[in-house]
Every structure is written in structure tokens, then in C-alpha cells.
Ligand binder design. Structure first.
Ligand SMILES: [Zn+2]
Length: 107
């Protein structure tokens, strides 16, 4: 091992500087006074920036709705991809036809 590959104490320290577990920064909710993560909805009362974002009692149903939306988006993306692949195949076919035509004209 050459001296250039040596990991110094400082280098090790710099790498391990990110290893500590840090408590999330908590703020006090303006509505209910409970703790919540900064820039996140208060999970106790469902308020964010003084507005009711979701109803805590219906939280489970809202979460399932969001999941349904996601699955719908995924299916849309899948159909889009299929269409794209079809288009690519068409383009390839048209290119091949053009090449064939050029060869025929050259002869
Ligand atoms: Zn709250």
C-alpha cells in the first residue's frame, strides 16, 4: 500500500461526521400546541400553516385514496410507455422502408 492511499485521522473524521443520529427538528403546532415536524402537517390535528389540511378522524380513508391515485397514475404511465414503444416500432419500420427505397433507386 502506497502512502498516497493512507486514510488520515482527519479523513476518517470527516467521513464519520455524518454518522451521528440527529433528533428531528420539532415545532409546536399553532392550533393544538402539540409537536410536529417542521414543514409537515401536524399529525395530531391535521393543521398546516393555520389551515385544516385533512380530517384526523378520516385519516385512514384519505391515505387509501392517495394510494389509489398513485396506482392510477402508474397504470397511465404504463399505457404511455406501451404507446411510445409502438411509435418507436413504427418509426423503425418506416426507416427500413426508406432504406430499401434508396437502395432500389440507386440500382
Ligand atoms: Zn396540531
Amino acid at each position: 500500500m502506497s502512502s498516497r492511499m493512507r486514510v488520515t485521522k482527519g479523513h476518517t473524521g470527516n467521513r464519520r461526521g455524518h454518522h451521528g443520529i440527529v433528533m428531528p427538528r420539532l415545532s409546536i403546532c399553532s392550533n393544538c400546541g402539540g409537536y410536529h415536524e417542521r414543514h409537515r402537517v401536524c399529525l395530531e390535528c391535521g393543521f398546516y400553516k393555520g389551515k385544516q389540511v385533512f380530517n384526523v378522524k378520516n385519516k385512514k380513508s384519505l391515505v387509501t385514496d392517495a394510494n389509489d391515485k398513485k396506482s392510477n397514475d402508474d397504470s397511465k404511465k404504463a399505457t404511455n410507455k406501451k404507446i411510445e414503444t409502438k411509435d418507436k416500432e413504427k418509426i423503425k419500420e418506416s426507416k427500413v422502408e426508406k432504406k430499401v427505397q434508396r437502395r432500389e433507386t440507386n440500382k
